[in-house]
Design a protein around this ligand. Structure first.
Ligand SMILES: Nc1ncnc2c1ncn2[C@@H]1O[C@H](COP(=O)(O)OP(=O)(O)OP(=O)(O)O)[C@@H](O)[C@H]1O
Ligand SMILES: O=C(O)C[C@@H](O)[C@H](O)C(=O)CO
Length: 328
């Protein structure tokens, strides 16, 4: 029996929950933001990127989120629809909120950062009443982004989504997705993310992100100890991402799988985690082993870090397979 039981008859493969934003990626690369004058606009936000990745891989996806009632909000809505993401549960926020913006700085292939504008953003205005039980029960899986827990009412909306998912056997995938500018304190990150991690089937994060959840007061924990901690709860797969060094997946049935990486012609490093997650989830949903799914994730990430955008560059399965074959 496979590790993760997706309810195969469900009409939607994955519903993303949380952030829908705009990425403004520097056109003049290899220089600091202070000297950057022009940017290209893309849809962004980690859960949006992952949902778009799955859609481009041919999966049926939907999204639960709020967008601002402005030009950027409409740009996001149009792009999701062009990608085939169902937007029936994306709500226009009428409270005067704005679209979250992310300016990306590409100083060198090794040194990239993001500058987030997150005051009064629409995505964090998601309300419990926006989350439909009937919608969630149509899906095989939901993807929760940790950043959506940073503030109320989005935080409560996520807990409601989680409750409906559990009630209807919808697989819960939690990407810790820690974004410092959004949170009030590290204590809150740990407290709220732990509550979701305890109820999740698959947990994805970087080493530092897991350290935040485990409340270790600065002591680094070993990946295996991390995985064991979450296996005491509901998790069946814990995946720790290690940037250019790959990833390690732990499974509840005792496997420890080191993920390969593929050579990239790195333009920028952000987008790696989201593209990895999209193709990794695709692999699991298609019944591939965890190791094969990690391979798809790594190949997708190598394509995206070699491109200028995150969402727009999410590859098709043919492109991923061609890269894997050319590397063999
Ligand atoms: N420089 C690179 N070259 C090739 N593959 C990479 C590179 N960086 C990351 N990857 C691939 O992407 C996966 C995820 O990367 P990473 O650990 O940086 O995720 P992340 O921290 O969530 O990324 P992000 O910067 O998007 O938040 C890695 O496990 C690896 O397979
Ligand atoms: O998650 C965000 O809000 C920013 C992303 O859209 C951006 O592309 C990125 O950092 C991906 O890792």
């Amino acid at each position: 029996m496979s590790l993760i039981q997706f309810q195969q008859h469900r009409e939607l493969d994955l519903i993303g929950v949380g952030r829908l934003c705009i990425d403004l990626n520097a056109n003049e690369i290899n220089r600091p933001m202070e000297l950057t004058r022009t940017f290209t606009k893309y849809v962004g936000g980690s859960p949006a990127n992952i949902t778009i990745a799955l859609s481009k891989l041919g999966k049926k996806t939907g999204f639960i989120g709020r967008i601002a009632d402005d030009q950027h909000g409409r740009f996001i809505m149009n792009y999701l629809q062009e990608c085939g993401v169902d937007t029936s549960n994306v709500v226009k926020d009428l409270s005067g909120s704005v679209t979250g913006l992310v300016f990306t700085e590409i100083k060198s292939p090794e040194e990239c950062s993001i500058l987030m504008y997150r005051d009064n953003v629409a995505d964090l205005k998601l309300e419990p009443g926006d989350v439909s039980e009937a919608y969630i029960k149509r899906a095989k899986a939901i993807l929760i982004s940790g950043t959506a827990l940073a503030k109320s009412p989005s935080r409560e909306a996520v807990f409601i989504a989680l409750e409906y998912a559990r009630k209807h056997d919808v697989v819960v995938i939690f990407d810790i997705d820690y974004r410092p500018r959004t949170w009030v304190s590290l204590a809150e990150v740990g407290a709220y993310c732990r509550l979701v991690a305890e109820k999740s089937d698959i947990i994805l994060g970087g080493r530092e992100e897991f350290d935040l959840l485990e409340d270790l007061a600065g002591q680094a924990r070993d990946d295996r100890e991390t995985a064991n901690m979450w296996f005491e709860h509901r998790a069946k797969i814990v995946l720790v991402k290690h940037g250019g060094a790959g990833s390690t997946a732990f499974t509840r049935d005792g496997q420890v799988l080191k993920g390969v990486t593929y050579k990239a012609n790195v333009v920028k490093t952000f987008g790696a985690g989201d593209s990895f997650a999209g193709a990794f989830i695709y692999g699991l949903m298609n019944g591939l082993s965890v190791e094969e799914s990690q391979r798809l994730g790594a190949a997708s990430a190598s394509i995206v870090v070699s491109s200028h955008s995150s969402s727009d560059a999410m590859p098709t399965i043919e492109k991923i397979q061609a890269l894997i074959q050319s590397a063999n």
